[in-house]
Design a protein around this ligand. Structure first.
Ligand code: GP0
Length: 840
């Protein structure tokens, strides 16, 4: 490629080729140049927003240089690439992360100071890129950070939603949703108006015979919508590798207006067409762990899969390699079932466009895809109605039926005595209407299937995919326990703790190899280390207290025990158990003598999280928390002994303030329901202990940090089924007296009109208590009591937190990414070679 450009031309380009800033002076020059030219501002009208914009643009220039270099080198070397298909990437802010990853924190801080700005103020001007609901989307974001840091040639593919997850406001104690239009100013994205893909919907399938007599199908006469690529650079930490996140935006295929319509006087119709096309990428669906089966959502999924696969295939074809090489060059990881249509789409390309035979196309497809499952809860498993798929994607439905046919034949042949298994494993559910079970299609079309924590992967193997383990053997099903990036969740969120650790370990190498944290344990008795560790935790609590005062108007004492539960509001995550526990605590305090009260450990209960807009029960939990806060925080008997705070609009950038400030955080899902959890890892890594059930990654955290350094309670996953059964069919329901008292208090109107809360209480008392709140309440309250006692011995508590931090190395997302790569490379080594040798 290079040789095709004449020598002189190359010289001229080289001479003027963009250079990245290195010194403080160069940084300042870039910032000022952008403020004065790109933004048309000056020294005299540069506010913090403009300072942010200038800084971001300067950093962006730097990232682009590395990004171009990475992409060029990858194009030349053409290694196997990994594509992570995820409908959600919960990225949060990019500026701080970019500065840290390129190692320019000090330069930028001093430079900004000279220009008259404080780094923290500038950074906080940025809006979060909130293209996700919760854990699943944040996991995808951590994975991108690790993939780049570890030099994997990897791309993320998603949609460029105009509206990310809604902003949450609280009015009269109720959640109100406000649209999140985040694209006003987004310096991190590059529109690629030259990179477009036409995506088809509806239409029909025509069969024909080609010259050689072969039967082929073609999908035609549909409606076309164009996908336009927007790229965002993903810098690795301490490496020059800068990967790409490609987001697709939808627009009408005929550009702004359909001119035929426009000229014939149908102005409105042509604008309406355009708007209909743009609707596809307009908004992120705000449901977490819930399948709603909406047509527009299916359109989003196909639009994104089709554009991404076209792009991937186009890149592969440039290399002129044979199709049998495809899976050696391309690994596609499916983040949940949302991108499952990529499987029939690749089949369609290979069969209808490239003319491959079924068997070859199918073996390429299976070897290309890997599928990550994130839940075993039935309400989250996607099933699309057959008539809907037939209407929207007629050719794909045929292919899905063909895949099913081949699969069922295989099962029938190999398990002739188990005919009843056929309907259980069929991709098509024989319901009214029939439905496509996307998880089954994903399993059948992938070479590996993984869960996200050991317990979860066991449940995957023994419950939802039990039959498939029998059919394919156990090796197809594996586990990759989730992790988090220590760059954002330690270094960025808690710079002082990162610096303390670095001072003892001789540098920040632990951020690239988190197992090095084990060396911290040697300092657990070091007085100077302990003093600084404690001071850091206190400072982080002061910061959260100040934030709480500023945004909620509530004064909390940073010396109290800070108890935090922040995550999506969901019945299975059991924020209701937490708030019932808080009410119980309040009632206990009220009934105590002043002498007894004087001995009580003061506590602040923080809550935060969004409820899906249509999820009534979750919204009532938010309301109850706010109402309890109103009463408790104003009660003069209680004072600092108990405060209840609901931090509104929980998101990634707020998590960076909240996470380092916990003494205890709550991960109290009904056993067997939380696939992994990832905030549990973040809190422990930042020197907080956890109260949790034996669920998800809590179990592995326990194994790593030791039983003495975690507070576990509650029933086990293996007993859940029997307990549920007993609620429905057992003798009359006996409620724990203290929980009964909590319910009586709610019903009496102590926390305002009890009407809105009746659903919450009734679901436990009258409707079978599906999430086993009543079964776990007693042990929850007792364990909270143990925590109060333990916290009084501050020295022992400190020892526990330091020990726990030092044992968290396993939970780096770098470890996950290496495990995924090995899983993929078990079949195709080139990726591993690239990684080991590095490129830079
Ligand atoms: C799982 F099924 N998760 C889903 C979903 O629709 N959304 C979502 O965020 C989460 C799990 O609940 C998890 O346990 C897990 O850690 C995360 O996916 C990533 O695997 C929440 O933290």
């Amino acid at each position: 490629v290079e040789a095709s450009v004449p020598e002189e031309q190359r010289e001229a380009w080289k001479k003027h080729s963009a250079k990245e800033f290195k010194t403080k002076d160069q940084f300042e020059a870039d910032v000022v140049r952008h403020i004065e030219t790109t933004l048309a501002r000056s020294l005299f009208n540069c506010d913090e927003a403009a300072a942010y914009a200038g800084t971001a643009l300067a950093l962006r220039d730097r990232l682009i240089i590395e990004w171009n270099r990475t992409q060029q080198q990858q194009t030349f070397a053409d290694p196997k690439r990994v594509y992570y298909l995820s409908l959600e990437f919960l990225m949060g802010r990019a500026l701080d992360n970019a500065i840290l990853n390129v190692g320019m924190k000090d330069v930028a801080k001093q430079g900004l100071e000279e220009l008259g700005f404080r780094m923290e103020d500038v950074i906080s001007q940025e809006r979060d890129a909130a293209l996700g609901n919760g854990g699943l989307g944040r996991l995808a974001a951590c994975f991108l950070d690790s993939l780049a840091t570890l030099n994997y040639p990897a791309w993320g593919y998603a949609l460029r939603y105009r509206y990310g997850i809604f902003r949450q406001e609280i009015v009269d104690g109720y959640q109100v949703e406000v649209p999140d239009y985040w694209l006003d100013f987004n310096p991190w994205e590059f529109p690629r108006h030259d990179v477009t893909v036409d995506v088809q919907f509806y239409g029909g399938v025509r069969k024909y015979t080609d010259d050689s007599g072969k039967q082929l199908s073609v999908w035609e006469n549909g409606e076309i919508v164009t996908a336009v690529a927007y790229d965002a650079p993903i810098p690795g930490y301490g490496t020059r590798t800068t990967n790409n996140l490609r987001l697709w935006s939808s627009k009408a295929s005929h550009g702004e207006f359909d001119f035929t319509k426009f000229n014939s006087g149908e102005y409105e119709a042509s604008v309406a067409d355009q708007q209909r096309a743009e609707t596809i990428s307009a908004v992120l669906y705000p449901n977490d762990s819930l399948d709603r089966g909406k047509e527009l959502r299916l359109k989003q999924q196909y639009f994104w899969c089709a554009a991404s696969l076209f792009d991937i295939v186009r890149r592969f074809k440039k290399s002129k390699k044979a199709w049998k090489e495809f899976a050696n060059q391309v690994a596609i990881q499916l983040n949940d079932t949302h991108p499952t249509l990529a499987i029939p789409e690749l089949m369609r390309i290979l069969l209808d466009q490239e003319g491959l035979e079924w068997d070859e196309a199918w073996s390429i497809t299976q070897a290309t895809f890997g599928y990550t499952n994130h839940t075993v809860m039935p309400e989250a498993l996607e099933k699309w109605s057959v008539p809907l798929v037939q209407h929207l994607l007629p050719r794909h439905l045929q292919i899905i039926y063909d895949i099913n046919f081949h699969f069922l034949q295989y099962v029938e042949r190999n398990f002739p005595k188990e005919r009843e298994m056929l309907s259980r494993v069929s991709i098509i559910e024989e319901s009214e209407p029939k439905r496509v079970r996307m998880a089954f299609l994903a399993v059948i079309g992938s070479h590996k299937v993984n869960g996200v924590a050991e317990l979860h992967s066991d449940l995957v193997r023994t419950t939802i995919f039990k039959d498939f383990v029998k059919i394919y053997g156990p090796d197809k099903f594996t586990n990759v326990t989730n992790g988090i990036t220590p760059r954002r969740w330690l270094h960025q969120a808690n710079p002082r703790l990162s610096a303390l650790i670095a001072s003892k370990l001789g540098g920040h190498e632990f951020l690239r190899d988190l197992n090095l944290l084990h060396k911290v344990e040697a300092y657990v008795d070091d007085e100077e280390f302990r003093k600084e560790f404690r001071a850091i935790k206190y400072a982080n609590k002061v910061r959260l207290a100040e934030y709480t005062k500023a945004v909620e108007g509530i004064t909390v004492n940073p010396s109290s025990l800070f108890d935090i539960q922040v995550k999506r509001i969901h019945e299975y995550k059991r924020q209701q158990l937490n708030i019932f526990g808080v009410i119980h605590r309040y009632l206990e305090l009220k009934s105590m003598s002043p002498e007894a009260r004087a001995k009580v450990q003061p506590r602040v209960s923080f809550f935060g999280g969004k409820a899906a807009p249509g999820y009534w029960m979750a919204k009532m939990v938010i309301h109850l928390i706010n109402q309890v806060g109103k009463v408790v925080n104003a009660d003069p008997d209680i004072g600092d002994l108990l405060k209840v705070v609901f931090l509104f609009d929980y998101n990634v950038s707020k998590a960076e303030i909240i996470t380092p400030a916990s003494d205890i955080s709550e991960h109290i899902s009904t056993a067997g329901t939380e696939a992994s959890g990832t905030s549990n890892m973040k809190f422990v890594l930042n020197g907080g202990l956890i109260i949790g059930t034996c669920d998800g990654a809590n179990i592995e955290i326990t194994r790593e940090v030791g039983e003495d350094n975690i507070f576990l309670f509650g029933n086990l996953a293996e007993d859940v089924e029997d307990l549920r059964h007993a609620h429905f069919y057992g003798d009359s329901f006996q409620l724990d007296p203290s929980l009964q008292r909590v319910f009586d208090t709610i019903r009496s109107g102590t926390f305002g009109d009890a009407g809105p809360f009746s659903g919450l209480v009734d679901s436990i008392v009258d409707h079978g208590d599906y999430y086993l709140v009543s079964d776990d309440f007693k042990s929850y309250v007792e364990t909270q009591g143990l925590i109060d006692e333990a916290y009084k011995d501050q020295e022992a508590w400190l020892t526990r937190t330091i020990t726990a931090v030092s044992r968290m190395g396993f939970f780096s997302s770098d470890r996950c990414i290496d495990e995924y790569a090995e899983m993929i490379c078990e079949l195709f080594p080139p990726l591993a070679v690239w990684r080991r040798e590095g490129w830079f």
